[in-house]
Design a binder for this molecule. Structure first.
Ligand code: ZN
Length: 130
């Protein structure tokens, strides 16, 4: 089953989309299977990481900015090559196991939409396979 969600991303940030993933799995009625969370954009990504301490996502953004800064030798005319690099490093999807009708996430895990080129109106997809 296929589900589409919209997301307003006014700033570079990790947006917690765990509720939408739980919503898609619940709507699907799938008890055991997989949920693929997919981002159809080239300057944003999807990842799973800690959702207990918001400083973790903040520190990941800082770390990505330090590791992949904008550089004068970049040629891409849109001027957002650093965002393209971060999107590829993070990846465009995450797969979550579904067990007993729920996403099998660890206690401290959440699913994040990672915005690297704000402000943007974004879309992401959840495909639930049972
Ligand atoms: Zn670009």
């Amino acid at each position: 089953m296929f589900y589409e969600y919209k997301l307003s991303a006014p700033r570079a940030d990790f947006y917690d989309i765990t509720p939408q993933v739980r919503d898609a799995v619940a709507k699907s009625g799938v008890i055991g299977g997989l949920a693929v969370v997919y981002c159809p954009h080239t300057t944003a990504g999807i990842t799973i990481n800690e959702n207990a301490d918001p400083d973790v996502a903040r520190d990941m953004l800082v770390g990505l900015d330090k590791a992949f800064p904008d550089r004068p030798e970049f040629r891409h005319a849109e001027g957002n090559s650093a965002a393209h690099i971060k999107a590829s490093v993070i990846g465009s999807s995450a797969t979550v196991i579904i067990r007993n009708g729920k996403p099998l996430l660890g206690t401290w895990q959440g699913v994040y939409f990672c915005e690297f080129d704000p402000p943007r109106e974004r879309t992401f997809f959840v495909e639930v396979l049972g």
